[in-house]
Design a protein around this ligand. Sequence first.
Ligand SMILES: Nc1ncnc2c1ncn2[C@@H]1O[C@H](COP(=O)(O)OP(=O)(O)OP(=O)(O)O)[C@@H](O)[C@H]1O
Length: 406
Amino acid sequence: MNSHKIPKQHLEKNKQTKMLFTIGEMITGAGSAIAGLMVAYAMFQNYFPYDLQKPLKRYSHKIMNFFYPYIVITFPEFQGDRFERSKAFAVIERYLNKNSSKQAKHLQANVVQDSQAIVLSMADNEDVTDEFQGIKLWWASDHFVPDRQSISLYPREDANRYFTLTLHKKYRDVITNSYLKHVLDEGKEITIKERQRKLYTNNKSDNWYGYKRTKWSHVIFEHPASFDTLAMDPNKKEDIMKDLIRFTEAKDYYAKIGKAWKRGYLLYGPPGTGKSTMIAAMANLLKYDIYDLELTAVKDNTELRKLLIDTSSKSILVIEDIDCSLDLTGQREKKEKKNDEKKEEKDKDPVKAEMKKRDENDQSSQVTLSGLLNFIDGLWSACGGERIIVFTTNYVDKLDPALIRR
Ligand SMILES: Nc1ncnc2c1ncn2[C@@H]1O[C@H](COP(=O)(O)OP(=O)(O)OP(=O)(O)O)[C@@H](O)[C@H]1O
């Protein structure tokens, strides 16, 4: 018997050709299936009664959901009246940044307000994976174009970006309870780290309302002072730095002992001995903003509270020259004395006394010591979270003991 042996090389080549053939067939098959589906969908849209389309779509969606084991959560970039960018979207963008810059091949570079660096985020149709407590999750970025044709002044009307998070049904609780909080916390942390730090000062309440309403005005904070350049006893310097760092890491401790996450410092000494420089060094060390509160521009305790509410966390609130800003140096006795004098004056010339009173009210701040103490240590002090309050004075002996005791 004659056996005709086919060479091995030939066999391999044949095999490859066959495989290519099968893949080719598969692609052609898939292509025609998709084309078929598209034709069917177009016919469905054109010929199926419009009123029946909606319920049919709803039911098919329900059936799909029953078999589909994943949950998809959408985070749109713009919500509500669409003029304000969703804070959650911005924070998620920052969070995903760390994964997307490694995993995604197509990135989008944005200059984000208040950020000192260019923010890279994944472009549309890109996706990245994340892992949380051993659970795998998928984030994707996309956009949709609204069907309605409307004229809008809004530049992004035609491109509504959104992120989707896909997870398995069985992890729903872990993800909604812990993972999303983790994403928001970490995203916020990154945002704060990369933000351009600011130096704020309070405006008079006449500017708080109307078109340009703002309680605080700001400039970019770029003071070069640091603990390295500060001339002071190295041990004291070390103590202060450690104390500051400990404070920033003590969120749980403050929560455990039931105290507001605050820390107060009183810097005192003759003019030009480095009090302001120390504050700048503190802000640079902790990467905090500074709110320089000009107490003489604050009318009363209510305004003081409003200003406090309007500050952000991770900031140093500075009240410089507290002895000059407010008459806290034995203010109570002085007031009594003044009241006696006023009574005498009123008896003599009531019109003149009233004029004087109005004038005084216009010029001087009505912020009281108790208002200030409430601001530092009372109920209102708890709002806003992580914050350091620094007072400076040239004359520590003149201060009311109630202020120093805190
Ligand atoms: N200990 C210090 N280390 C480094 N620089 C200092 C120190 N003390 C003072 N200076 C320098 O002296 C100048 C004045 O300091 P600074 O404004 O911080 O003093 P101050 O105590 O806040 O004064 P004031 O009470 O008038 O506000 C700054 O330019 C600062 O650089």
